[in-house]
Design a protein around this ligand. Structure first.
Ligand SMILES: [Ca+2]
Length: 230
């Protein structure tokens, strides 16, 4: 006599009596043999994953399972380990593409097989963990010039320290300072400062601006600071 397990889920095929395999139970555990680690992003920003697995070859009592015994497979998955909120009966195939996965979310997959009588196996092991990549950083840094103060004067021929604060959701890589639109100098570490040699001419107006960059080359631009040389 074959061993009959109590394992059951709600996802089952109809069980035509004529083809029912009495007391048959597909091997409790079978392995998902391969994950084609190919994530396909669609236009809506969802990901797909291709899954494949080997057919079970045994019943739980160790007796052989023929390919003709297999009725189909169910993929179970969710975003918490051991908690499968979605079950998909994929029929009698050994590959399946699951779509609609969210980026930055971890998914846990297992599979079950059911025999032609509809008796379902336990979960495959181990869980297959799938992580669509986190979305790229598209948020620019923010930056503002702290010195000199807007609408103040600077001394001609002196060296003035330009200072800025900058922040980013990931990280600021560089802050560049511009005087009248011309790149004057850059800093890569906070506090971001720059030594600016004020030209000799008096009563000249200078417009100062800083730009902050992150690793994805997003650019944040500061407000313009106006100073006059005296
Ligand atoms: Ca950023």
């Amino acid at each position: 006599m074959r061993t009959k397990l109590s394992s059951s889920t709600t996802v089952f095929r109809p069980q035509p009596e004529a083809t029912k395999v009495a007391d048959a139970m597909i091997q409790t555990q079978f392995s998902i043999f391969a994950l084609l680690a190919l994530f396909l992003s669609n236009a809506l920003g969802f990901y797909s994953v291709n899954l494949g697995w080997d057919p079970p070859t045994q019943y739980t009592d160790g007796s052989p399972a023929a390919p003709a015994d297999i009725g189909g497979y169910v993929l179970h998955y969710g975003s918490t380990s051991q908690q499968y909120t979605v079950s998909v009966d994929v029929g009698n195939v050994t590959t399946k593409t699951i779509t609609g996965l969210l980026d930055g979310t971890t998914y846990y997959f297992v599979a079950t097989a059911y025999d032609i009588g509809g008796t379902e196996s336990g979960f495959s092991a181990p869980e297959l963990v799938v992580r669509p990549p986190a979305p790229g950083d598209t948020t620019p840094p923010t930056v503002s010039i702290t010195t000199p103060v807007n609408n103040t004067s600077v001394t001609k021929k002196s060296t003035v320290t330009l200072s800025a604060t900058a922040s980013d959701n990931v990280g600021v890589t560089t802050v560049s300072f511009f005087v009248n639109g011309t790149l004057t100098c850059s800093a890569t570490t906070s506090p971001y400062t720059c030594a600016w040699k004020v030209p000799t001419a008096p009563n000249r107006t200078y417009q100062l601006q800083a730009k902050a960059y992150d690793a994805q080359a997003n650019i944040g631009t500061s407000s313009t600071i106006t100073v006059v040389s005296r």
